[in-house]
Ligand binder design. Structure first.
Ligand code: FAD
Length: 332
């Protein structure tokens, strides 16, 4: 195990394109590799994914391992775990990073078990301990109320990283790197699951996880009509709408936009929390936001402790006034 070297990124692909989280990981991985004085490699797996290799190099990879197979068309646990295990055993990286996405959350623990190592999920900061070359992994704990730093003795050190916790680098098309094609070596008969149907959730506008502005509503919004007003505000700000659990449970808005411990985790630049009390289970999903703006009629609401800016008052008066002001400024 002492021979493990370098940092490897699992490059997630969505609809044939590199996922935004993979770009962020390449930025983070490049920095870690530089700190170690070692290589950054990217593993790209899927069908028709060879074209992604050049992009990974432009974003910082020194080597790209491409595994292209019809059996990798859809994400299936069996096939992707097998490919990851094969490539990692061949390359022996010191560190292996993937996104804290549905795929990353499924893949990382299973691959870690196969590789007899450990994985720390949902990290928001990664650093190298200069003395030991160990990866120090920071993640929120206790429902987002505290942060813990982990490390592990086994190799490769594996982590999933939260979206928007790292910054994607500016691509440099002049960068040079090596592309290594690896045979998937998959046996179709050994893959126990089959994808019969994909149901795409059609959402207008920007994806919640990718939005740099999120306008989130809580129970105090009072019903579906209130969420329509928040959608208007989000549109003006080129952002997306999110919600706490009560409005989703009540059917005021789709539960795919629930943010929190049992919902999505977002890290936008601006998070506008409208009529949200600030329960720890909700904050677990938004505490990574760079700036929280709270609008609540209760001056004692917990959300104000987390917020950088706050307005005490009835959202029904504040939101339309705020929206009108933004439109006025945008028209200048
Ligand atoms: C295991 C578990 C998992 C959970 N997972 C999640 C999760 O993933 N996400 C999540 O959000 N919750 C989750 N919850 C629920 C969580 O504990 C809270 O109950 C929830 O977050 C509260 O939502 P809220 O802030 O919208 O509602 P409330 O706590 O009821 O707060 C409503 C707020 O609106 C304000 N308000 C009311 N009217 C107005 C007005 N007109 N103008 C301005 N302000 C107004 C009130 O002052 C109040 O602060 C979970 C709970 C458990 C036990």
């Amino acid at each position: 195990m002492a021979d493990n070297k370098g940092v490897m990124i699992f490059t997630e692909v969505i609809d044939g394109k590199m996922a935004p989280i993979a770009k962020e990981l390449l930025g983070a991985g490049r920095k870690l590799a530089n700190d170690l004085g070692e290589e950054l490699s990217a593993l790209v797996a899927g069908t028709g994914v060879a074209k992604i290799a050049a992009e990974a190099i432009a974003l910082g990879a020194d080597k790209v391992y491409v595994v292209d197979s019809p059996l990798l068309k859809d994400y299936r646990t069996d096939s992707y775990v097998a490919v990851l295990e094969k490539v990692v055993k061949q390359v022996s990286p010191r560190m292996l990073l993937m996104g804290q996405t549905n795929i990353g959350r499924d893949l990382a623990p299973r691959a870690a078990a196969k590789l007899a190592t450990a994985a720390v999920l949902d990290c928001i900061a990664l650093e190298i301990d200069a003395a030991t070359k160990q990866l120090l992994l920071t993640k929120p704990v206790y429902g987002g109320n505290a942060r813990a730093i982990y490390t592990m003795e086994t190799l490769p050190q594996m982590a999933t990283v939260r979206a928007k916790a790292m910054t994607a680098p500016v691509p440099d098309s002049a960068r040079k790197g090596a592309v290594i094609v690896v045979d998937a070596g998959l046996d179709a008969a050994a893959i126990k699951t089959n994808v019969l149907q994909k149901v795409v959730h059609e959402a207008e506008g920007i994806r919640l996880e990718d939005a740099s502005v999120v306008v989130a509503g809580g129970r105090g919004i009072g019903g579906p009509d209130g969420f329509k007003q928040l959608e208007e505000l989000a549109k003006v700000l080129k952002g997306a709408v999110g919600a706490t659990r009560p409005p989703c449970d009540a059917g005021w808005i789709t539960d795919t936009v629930q943010i929190g411990l049992t919902g999505k985790i977002v890290s936008p630049n601006v998070y506008i929390a409208v009529a949200i009390s600030g329960a720890s289970q909700h904050l677990a999903g938004c505490s990574g936001a760079k700036n929280i703006i709270a609008i609540n009629r209760d001056a004692e609401a917990t959300i104000f402790k987390e917020a950088r800016f706050g307005v005490v008052g009835d959202w029904k008066k504040i939101v339309p006034a705020f929206q009108a002001k933004i439109k006025e400024l945008q028209s200048k």
